[in-house]
Write a protein that binds this ligand. Structure first.
Ligand code: 2BA
Length: 108
């Protein structure tokens, strides 16, 4: 069994969660914040069988699109990011995911 952590854009989280549950995946949504842009995103926790990870990634790819976001003027520690008044953009997502081995899974 695997635990997939998928960090997705807030705007995609509802549609991707519905698509996952419709395909029989069990999903937990966490409200999270990216450390770089310091804006909200959504982390999905999905426990699933090894042979379903491919299908899961397919759904993430289908429903999570990339976006260009403006960089904040200061970083997570309040330091100034480059010269002031110089707008910088970064490409964010689709989905960033981690696949972890699960030692034990249960429901009591
Ligand atoms: P943020 O940390 O807010 O990062 C937003 C975007 O800013 C990133 O998009 C990337 O394009 C850029 N970025 C982040 N850190 C950077 C750095 N140290 N130097 C230069 N550019 C940087 P994504 O890579 O698509 O990441 C989207 C969100 O996924 C991130 O939001 C973070 O919440 C999460 N994430 C991405 N990689 C991660 C990792 N290795 N570990 C934990 N969380 C990660």
């Amino acid at each position: 069994m695997k635990l997939v952590l998928a960090i997705v854009n807030n705007d995609d989280s509802a549609i991707v969660s519905s698509a996952l549950t419709k395909e029989g995946f069990f999903v937990t949504k966490l409200s999270t914040t990216g450390g770089f842009l310091m804006v909200g995103n959504t982390t999905l926790l999905i426990g699933t069988e090894d042979d379903r990870v491919g299908k899961l990634k397919e759904i993430l790819g289908e429903y999570c699109s990339t976006r260009t976001k403006s960089m904040p003027s200061t970083d997570a520690f309040g330091r100034i990011n480059g010269p002031q008044n110089t707008p910088k953009n970064v490409v964010v997502g689709g989905a960033t995911y981690f696949v972890l081995d699960v030692n034990e899974f249960g429901k009591l």
